[in-house]
Design a protein around this ligand. Structure first.
Ligand code: ARG
Length: 455
């Protein structure tokens, strides 16, 4: 059944129907479509645009249809043009003329804009819930490994001492920002386009605030042309998902490096690793690699919606039907990534002794050595130079700043004394980095608590 046959003298070609149809994608929004129609019918009844009896019949019929689709007793007809056509057709089949009154003062243009907003608000909540779970795991690790000294890196070269707990909380910060971004995106998604109709509102005495309120929106779209053609909220959600993917991909990259034989900082649990069909010794971080790889899909989806929207004149154009596949794919992909990533992180075995060993070998206390000379009155630039020479000497002698004899120190500066060994002790180096946001264990424990309070 079609909703638009009146002015045509011929049936649409099958090619047209197949190409035009969107049911394969928008069937996913059947709940939102029905919820929106229920609110619309209720408003039409309240406003006296349809009779209370018709409103009741419509609402009863729609509820029935929803529960039958939910339970699987009613199958969505895949030959219908879209989910809106299917639901309205099914309703009219059941309740007759009252069903034909549902679409008064509405168009599929505001209807589909409504459905996708409602749907994406739920998607936002699901992604938010997964991010909170991940942040909780990271905050626990922040606490547990607040004292686990490791090297921090710049240029992937060992740089200065931090702790594994501090490292985990760095990722927690990224995901906390993602949560903020999602909340902000949801705020603008939560505006109702219902009642904008095709593009120019309506002459009926509708109450758009009523339907907005019934559907849990905080406001309405204030311009009917914009209401039916705005897809910024999809672009925003897609952008949020892209940024989440950047974070997951960077984290994955570290996990992959860290579980290599060359680092051995962590070992992934067997339950979240995979093997090789030919190399019996292999244990591969496939989850992390896939999460890193799937970021490409999510970025592609973002480019998709940006490109679809960039040249569209006001108001609705059929191009906009292309807005759903990409955002559903992006949301599903990010949810699947998080679902696999969280237990992989939660169960990984952190090899604190290897973290410490690598930290001891990379001169990551050189800055502290220079700072020590500064405390003895030497200008930082000179202290930096002296320490550089000390590092070169250690490399030549195959030793470390911790083990270099004091007389060697003294050859480069008379200011050195026994105190230098305390200054370059890694635990001291970390413990005294108490500046706000720094890796001192007491800071990290306090930050872990703060992070937990935010989720
Ligand atoms: N399937 C359409 C979409 O997703 C629904 C809106 C149809 N409106 C129209 N004027 N053809 O955009």
């Amino acid at each position: 059944m079609k909703l638009w046959t009146g002015r045509f003298s011929k049936e649409a070609d099958k090619i047209t129907n197949d190409f035009n149809s969107s049911i394969g994608t928008d069937k996913r929004m059947y709940r939102e479509d029905i919820e929106g129609s229920i609110a619309h019918a209720e408003m039409l009844g309240i406003q006296g645009i349809i009779s209370p009896e018709d409103a009741d019949a419509i609402i009863g019929g729609l509820k029935q249809i929803k529960s039958e689709i939910d339970s699987g007793t009613l199958e969505i007809d895949m030959t219908a043009e879209d989910i809106h056509t299917f639901v309205e057709g099914e309703l009219t089949k059941r309740i007759g003329d009252a069903g034909k009154r549902l679409h008064t003062a509405r168009s599929r243009n505001d209807q589909v804009a409504l459905d996708i907003r409602l749907n994406l608000m739920k998607e936002c909540d699901e992604v938010d819930g997964l991010l909170r779970r991940l942040i909780g795991v990271l905050a626990d690790m922040g606490e547990k490994y607040a004292d686990a000294v490791m090297s921090g890196y710049t240029h992937l070269q060992r740089a200065q001492p931090v702790t594994f707990g501090h490292y985990m909380l760095a990722y927690a910060e990224m995901f906390l920002r993602d949560i903020e971004r999602l909340a902000d995106c949801k705020k603008r998604t939560a505006r109702s386009p219902l009642g904008c109709c095709a593009l120019a509102g309506t002459t009926y005495n509708t109450d758009r605030y009523k339907t907005a309120e019934l559907l849990g929106f905080s406001d309405i779209c204030h311009n009917s042309l914009d209401g039916v053609s705005d897809r910024d909220f999809i672009i925003e959600f897609s952008s949020c998902l892209s940024i989440i993917s950047v974070h997951l991909s960077r984290f994955s990259e570290e996990i992959i490096l860290w579980c290599s034989h060359e680092f051995k900082y962590i070992e992934l649990d067997d339950a979240f690793s995979t093997g090789s069909s030919i190399m019996p010794q292999k244990k591969n971080p496939d989850i992390a690699e896939l999460v890193r790889g799937k970021s490409g899909r999510v970025f592609g989806d973002n480019m998709n919606i940006l490109t679809v929207m960039k040249g569209i004149p006001l108001a609705y154009n059929k191009d906009m039907q292309e807005d759903k596949d990409c955002i559903f794919d992006a949301s599903d992909t990010v949810k699947a990534c998080l679902t696999a990533f969280i237990p992989m992180i939660e169960t990984m075995n952190v090899k604190t002794e290897n973290l410490r060993k690598a930290a001891a070998g990379g001169f990551i206390n050189a800055t502290d050595c220079a700072d020590y000379l500064v405390s003895k009155g030497i200008p930082f630039r000179d202290a930096y130079k002296i320490t550089g020479a000390l590092v070169a000497l250690c490399i030549e002698k195959n030793t470390t700043l911790e083990e270099l004899p004091l007389d060697e120190y003294k050859k480069l500066s008379e200011k050195f004394d026994e105190g230098v060994y305390e200054a370059v002790n890694l635990d001291r180096c970390v413990n005294s980095r108490t500046s706000a946001g720094g890796p001192a264990p007491e800071n990290v424990r306090a930050e872990a608590k703060r992070v937990k309070s935010l989720i």
